[in-house]
Design a protein around this ligand. Structure first.
Ligand code: SF4
Length: 206
């Protein structure tokens, strides 16, 4: 299966109740299908639902600015959401919707094979960790999983709604940059191994 096959298989998906709660279309995901870094948000909002692309509204603009601040841009990454259809009135996705849609996110990750998955907000982090999380406690810290490293960040929409979180989100991206720089850094030189002492000169017996 390719990413395009997976996308096609979700066209007009009716597997969970979000299909019947006013979505315009399934918002599968966009970006570089070979990206080393993937971003995962919660679900499409109003503009994403209309345009069929994740993170195109005000939160998307803020995400683009934050990516730029650490030397990345949208073509460098792949971006998708936990649920691919817009929950009504921008409510949180419900557990049955997350459970039904999650396998498609896992398949996206398996096909793209990113080294790093940056989750945006609590829902994406806890979906991939399979447990409830406190995003305020775990944000900005890399968590090694079986096939990739998860790097939880605050959701840009949270920073737009609560101005006091804007600085925290910028801090998260600085930590992400430091983490990426650390990965790119060449390994420290191997300390020179002292040469073994020369064997004592043999007496010339002959
Ligand atoms: S949210 Fe996911 S499972 Fe539910 S209808 Fe949309 S694509 Fe299908």
């Amino acid at each position: 299966m390719t990413l395009i096959d997976l996308k096609d298989s979700l066209h007009n998906c009716q597997r969970c109740k979000l299909a019947k709660l006013g979505r315009t279309q399934v918002v599968f995901g966009v970006g570089n299908p070979q990206a080393a870094i993937m971003f995962v948000g919660e679900g499409p909002g109003f503009y994403e639902d209309k345009q069929g692309e994740p993170f195109v509204g005000a939160a998307g603009k803020l995400l683009n600015d934050l990516l730029k601040s650490i030397g990345l841009s949208r073509p460098d990454i792949y971006i998708a959401n936990v649920v691919k259809c817009r929950p009504p009135d921008n409510r949180d996705p419900e557990p049955d919707e997350v459970e039904t849609c999650k396998p498609f996110l896992l398949q996206q990750i398996e096909l793209i094979q990113p080294k790093l998955v940056c989750t945006l907000g609590k829902w994406a982090a806890q979906t991939l960790l399979n447990r409830p999380v406190s995003i305020m406690k775990m944000r900005g810290q890399a968590v090694r999983l079986d096939h990739f490293t998860l790097f939880p960040l605050l959701h840009p929409a949270a920073a737009l709604h609560q101005g006091n979180l804007r600085g925290s989100l910028e801090e998260d991206f600085k930590k992400l940059k430091a983490y990426l720089d650390h990965l790119d850094a060449p390994p420290p030189p191997t300390p020179a191994v002292p040469a073994p002492p020369a064997p004592p000169a043999q007496m010339n017996l002959f």
